[in-house]
Structures are given as C-alpha cells and as structure tokens.
Design a protein around this ligand. Sequence first.
Ligand code: CTP
Length: 434
Amino acid sequence: MKKVITYGTYDLLHYGHRRLLERAKALGDYLIVGVTSDDYDKSRGKINVKQSLIERMQGVRETGLADEIIVEEYEGQKIDDIKKYGVDVFAIGSDWLGKFDYLKEYCEVTYLDRTEGISSSDLRREENALNLGLVGNSANVDKVKKEAAFVDGLNVTEIRSDGSGFESLLEKVDAVYIYSRPEEHYEQIKKALNAGRHVLCETPLTMKKSQCDELFRLAEENGLVLMEALKTAFSTAYTRLLLLLKSGKIGEVISVDTTCTSMEDISGLTGDMLNERWNSICDWGPTALLPIFQILGTAPVSRRIISRRAAGTYDTFSKIDFVYERAVASAKVGKGVKSEGEMVITGTKGYVYVPAPWWKTDFFEVRYEDQSTNQRYFYQLEGEGIRYELVAFLHAVHGKHTNEEIDIDVTRAIASVMEAYGSGDGLYLLGETT
Ligand code: CTP
C-alpha cells in the first residue's frame, strides 16, 4: 500500500484545500493529513487562524478524502511522522516549493500546483473586515498601526494624534482604538459607544470605577464590545502561567510581587506640562496590578498606596500593597526610579519566577526547594502581545469570547486603584521632592 502524507492549517476549508487533497490522495492508496495545532500555528507566527483545531480537523474529515488525520504539534515532526507511518510520498502545495526538499532523504517529495485565487487569509479578511480608527499620541498609535498589519481583516483607516476631529473619525470607522491620555478616555469611550462603535481602549480604561460600570453598561445596552487594551494579558506565556497556578503547581499562592519601571526625564517640567504626562501609576500601575487581581481576586481586605511625587499628581514611584484573607501582594511602579522588572509568585509548594521584563513575558520558571525538579516554560511572543490583543478584539466583535482575557471585574479593580490615587484614599506620600 502506497502511503501519502500532507500537512496544513485548513482554516475555513475551501476549494483550494479540497483540490489539493484530491490530488494528494490520487498519488497513492492511503492519505494521511496532518492538521497544525493551535499552539504550533501561533509559535510559527500564524496568529489569525479563525477555527479551532477540532473545527479544522472536522473540515478535513468532511471532505471524505483523508484516511487518517493527525495533529502536527512541533517543528521537525514531519520526519518523525514519515518514519512512524511508513510514508512513501510527501505532498504539499507549490507555495512551499523547495522548502521540503530535505525530506527527500526519507520519502518522495511532490509539490502540487496551488489553486489560484483562493486562500484562508482572503476568506478571513472578508469575514473579519473591520475599519479601525486610532486616536492618541502618535508614537503609541504608530506601534498599534504596525501591529494591525499582522491581523487579517483589520484595516486602520483613520488616525488622529489628538482628540480633535474625534466625531468625524467616528463617522468613518466601525471601531476605535483609544490611546489618548487616561483623563480623556471616559468621554471618548462614551462618545464612541453612543455612536455605535466598538472600543478597544488603552489601560487604565477610566480613572473612576463608577465610570467603568457606566461604560460597560452602555456597551452592553448597545450590543458593542468594550475592551481594555493591556497587552500582557494576551501573551501566551502569561495566560499559561495563570492556568498552571490554578492547577496547584506551586500549592496555594501566598504572595504576588510585581515590579515595572522605566526612566523618564522630567527635568524642567512643572505644573500642567508635568500633569499632561502619564504618571507612573497610570502608565505602569494597570500592568503591575493585572496578575495580582487575576491571581488573588479583586476583593482585597485592605490596600495602601505609597507614592513619591515630583510635583502635581506626577508620581515618580508608587508601591501598592494589598492584604487578602489568605495572601498578600505588592506592585512597585516607577518612571523616576530603576529596579529589576521581575515578577515572583510565592506558593506553599514552590514559586514562579518571571524575569525582566516580565510584562513582555515569553518565559517563566517554576522553582522548588529541590532544584532538580524546577521546570522552565517558553512560548513565542510576537509584537509584545499587541497583535494578539487586536486578534482578540476582532474575535469579540465577531461574536466570539468577549472580555475573556481581562474580566470586567479586573478592569473595574484597576480603575478603583486609579481613583484611590486621585482622591488620596489610603495614599501615603513619601517626602515631597522637587
Ligand atoms: N493550498 C492550495 N491552494 C490554495 C490554498 C492552499 O493548494 N489556494 C494548499 C497549500 O499549498 C497546502 C494546503 O492547501 O498544501 C493547506 O494550506 P493552508 O496553509 O492551510 O491554506 P491557505 O489557504 O494557504 O492558508 P493561509 O492563507 O492561512 O496561508
């Protein structure tokens, strides 16, 4: 019996796929189809895949052409499979011409003409089409624009570097990404939601918890998506870390400690000019608070904010301490200090160490008293997580998984801390400096 093998993602199975499978099948008596796993696709930069592995395998099964369907999970697996299944022919579309010649050592390699005029990417672009407007500081907005180019279907059609022309922008887009100063978020989100536009807004979403509640209510009433843009929440390593903790890998979590710092030169800036800047607590606070609220919950027994201020409301350093019923947490943030940007999660059986910069995490280690049992985890991270955040937003707009990565309660809790800092609730100021 002559065995043929072929591989692919087979997202939104189309005519081109079917034609390829037919011709591959005709090369022998038995066809094995390898379908890429979600993780494998993500690790090789294919972040847009719309259907789950199960749905994609089902699509291949329904063609009736595959005698066997397997999952492709890692680089180099093809050689293993060819040996394991006793494959005679490896077949693949001509878009891969020459790329798999190294398999000729193990079996016959055939490149089949790719069908013109159709691809999963095109189908996704059609299905996902969304015109996005960007609002805010130009450097930040440029970064988002660059990342949006990696997301099938997302078209950045309008950009405003400040709040002017916001209403006319809303007329031309389906959704907005707001990256303006935190104090402007509330009004802009409200306008966008009232105009029937979906909103992805840079964290902190608002400076008051009540504003958060009002805006989420408004979004729900209007059937719109409102999402906080906090890129760390969308990194694969970070989400896997949360799952590991839930499974009891380090026992009960007793302490979560996060640090985020970046130096900013504010010399010569006073009064309004300084207040225009994102201070430490707005710029870094939400990121540093995210794991605390996601791991220990959003209802601490007590909270204290200790800040060092330059002038006005600009804090050069803040430490936010929490006491929970059975745990403690601390977030250190600063733009006028420098420290190691790491995260440590202490448990009753072991701890998790995430090296700096932990908020762009692609790696973490689970460590124990017996070091020989330590485990290291690595997951590819592209574009600091922004492109995954955009994909999640697009999925939410198209009716899949809203607010899955960042629960609304977490967004509210972050806004509460911003509010407490603003009102001075539980705030201790270190000696005034100039
Ligand atoms: N294929 C083909 N003709 C097409 C599209 C795909 O022959 N028009 C073949 C590919 O060459 C590959 C297999 O189908 O051998 C699976 O391809 P896959 O990457 O899943 O499909 P694409 O439509 O190319 O997906 P994408 O746009 O995401 O790259």
